[in-house]
Design a protein around this ligand. Structure first.
Ligand SMILES: [Ca+2]
Length: 331
């Protein structure tokens, strides 16, 4: 009897563990496509209670894997470790909205190694066809999908059981573990384009950058310290947060989710933050502290905007969207 019980338990273990590199199934906790879910005390746990208990008993909490493959869209993701950093323009050289520099603490999360590609976008059922100008600027399946509105990117992320990164998560990840540097690779390159040309696709050509104002296949440049490619250049990337000029002065410290609303930029248009610069813009936009948004539809068509996704890490070290213990600091 005991042996039978052990056998049955081992079957259970095998079943639960069969995910291997697979992310845990992420239940639909997102209340809308509007980005980051902010859990409330009354929100029920997304997993069935029984299953949760079984996993608590049979899984040993461990260190999260450094890399995973997200089964739903085939994206390789890397672990961005928990930690804190000084967010903003510590070199005091940028725009006023990059100030004041403030400390932010973040839980660990997984982030897509690459920008979401055209191939991934085409497989996505809700993905609309790209417009002609976007196809011309990003010519190939391995190139980043661009020309997306924020709502498109957020819908993709939700459909895949992931989410868009907060602006703080994006900047922390882009810094790649470096402290107080200008670019994901270090400080070099504000006046001399030779260095950034080896690390990023931005407007013009030189060195590794052969693409002019068109995007490159994702991963054509070396990764940053966390193993992320193209955090500088190629496609601009949507973040979850609204764009507000003066948000940094009141940003909370722990897992901030951005302001509740955005500023009007060049007219009655509120939008979300885009990060990282693009193949169509100069090296100034590649700075890790640089924050901007689209001002209007015209700008949208000259700033190649794509995205990548993230997912949280639960207290057992597994990827899980919005795990019960996650606490967001909303302000
Ligand atoms: Ca990028």
């Amino acid at each position: 009897m005991i042996r039978l019980l052990v056998f049955l338990m081992s079957l259970g273990l095998g079943f639960i563990g069969c995910g291997g590199d697979e992310p845990e199934p992420t239940t639909s906790k997102a209340k809308s496509t509007l980005g980051v879910v902010k859990p409330s005390a009354t929100e029920p746990a997304g997993e069935v209670a029984g299953k949760e208990e079984v996993e608590e008993v049979e899984e040993v909490a461990g260190e999260p894997r450094k890399e995973i493959v997200w089964q739903k869209d085939g994206s390789k993701m890397v672990l961005i470790p928990a930690g804190s950093f000084e967010m903003g323009d510590s070199l005091n050289e940028g725009e006023k909205e990059e100030q004041p520099v403030h400390k932010v603490e973040l839980d660990a999360f997984y982030m897509d190694v690459h920008e979401i590609t055209i191939q991934q976008w085409r497989k996505f059922k809700g993905g609309k066809p790209m417009e002609a100008w976007a196809k011309a600027a990003s010519p190939g399946n391995k190139h980043p999908v661009i020309g997306l509105k924020w709502e498109d990117a957020a819908l993709y992320a939700k459909s895949m059981g992931k989410r868009l990164p907060t602006e703080a998560e994006w900047e922390y990840a882009a810094r790649g573990g470096l402290v107080g540097k200008r670019f994901p690779w270090g400080d070099e390159g504000l006046d001399d384009e030779a260095v950034p040309r080896e690390h990023a696709n931005f407007d013009g050509k030189g060195g590794k950058d052969k693409w002019g104002d068109k995007t490159a296949p994702v991963g054509s440049f070396p990764p940053n310290g966390y193993g992320l490619h193209d955090m500088a250049g190629n496609a601009f990337e949507w973040t979850n947060d609204w764009f507000k000029y003066k948000y940094y002065g009141k940003s909370p410290r722990k897992n901030p989710t951005g302001p509740k609303d955005g500023d009007e930029v060049n007219g009655p248009k509120k939008e979300h933050v885009i990060r990282g610069g693009a193949a169509s813009l100069n090296s100034w936009a590649l700075r890790v502290a640089k924050r901007t948004t689209i001002a209007n539809d015209t700008f949208h068509k000259v700033a190649w905007i794509g995205f990548r996704c993230v997912v949280d890490v639960n207290n057992r070290g597994k990827p899980q969207l919005n795990p019960p213990q996650k606490r967001w600091d909303v302000k």
